[in-house]
Ligand binder design. Structure first.
Ligand code: ADP
Ligand code: MG
Length: 248
């Protein structure tokens, strides 16, 4: 059974239709990578799933429950969906531990001791065992992004959404963040990932969804997509990435 089911989703901003009849599902433990050119609607799709946007039509179902266009209990839904963005948005005046504790304590009213222990375990697992009392300004970009991932994980979400989480990082810090995501995937976390790191996408994805202009153009396994995409648009999209290799 699908953990996350998106059916016939439509999303517009005024007259601009950004998602046009998007349907797909994600099984428990599955890792789905969403690829597509800038502006095709990837971030909007993740924001709809996380309840940050309302939709004009269609439905998002998580674990059998409709989560799209909820109003009064949206905060409860959002706890089931963890999201990490390009900008880590840690509170600068709070240390790492307090940043992580905020959600579980304020929104979930959980026992502090229990959450602290969980936070410490996660921090150790992402390679930051000694940073719980550090302030965001004392951390590198890669470290801050790993804290942001831990913060989302400590809400015990059913699915994690990642929107270009390495896009703003210096190249030498990309790997440490991708490794954390790979470990999560190996541990069975259900994940929906938007990334421009093609090697990573190929390595981590159980399935690739390729979007263009608000629609899913193809949905296939990574081996197929990266060796011979079915669509012309998919081929064109992948060609762009060869240009990243330096040429005279
Ligand atoms: P991607 O993440 O694939 O680059 P986005 O989902 O950010 O694409 O954007 C898809 C389209 O939606 C773009 O045309 C963008 O300008 C538009 N868009 C996104 N957010 C808003 C918003 N809050 N208001 C108006 N237009 C938006
Ligand atoms: Mg985006």
């Amino acid at each position: 059974m699908a953990l996350l089911e998106i059916s016939n989703l439509k999303k517009s901003f005024d007259r601009n239709t950004v998602l046009k009849d998007v349907s797909f599902s994600v099984n428990k433990g599955e890792v789905v990578v969403i690829l597509g050119p800038s502006g095709c609607g990837k971030s909007t799709l993740l924001r709809c799933i996380n309840g940050l946007e309302t939709v004009q039509d269609g439905q998002i179902i998580l674990d059998g429950e409709v989560i799209s266009n909820r109003t009064k209990d949206m905060h409860l839904i959002r706890q089931k969906v963890g999201m990490v963005f390009q900008s880590y948005d840690l509170f600068p005046h709070m240390n790492v531990l307090d940043n992580i504790l905020l959600g579980p304590m304020k929104a979930q009213h959980r026992d502090k001791k229990e959450v602290v222990q969980e936070a410490e375990e996660w921090l150790a697992r992402v390679g930051l065992p000694d940073k719980k009392l550090a302030y965001p300004r004392q951390l590198s970009g890669g470290q801050k992004q790993r804290v942001a991932i831990v913060r989302a994980l400590c809400m015990n979400p059913e699915v994690m959404l990642f929107d270009e989480v390495t896009a703003a990082l210096d190249p030498e810090m990309v790997r440490e963040v991708l490794d954390v995501m790979m470990n999560l995937a190996n541990d069975g976390m259900t994940m929906l990932i938007v990334t421009h790191q093609m090697d990573f996408a190929r390595a981590i994805a159980d399935r690739i969804i390729f979007m263009d202009e608000g629609k899913i153009i193809e949905e296939t396994d990574p081996g197929q997509f990266f060796s011979s995409p079915k669509s012309e648009r998919g081929k064109k999209f992948l060609e762009n990435f060869t240009f990243r290799v330096y040429r005279k």
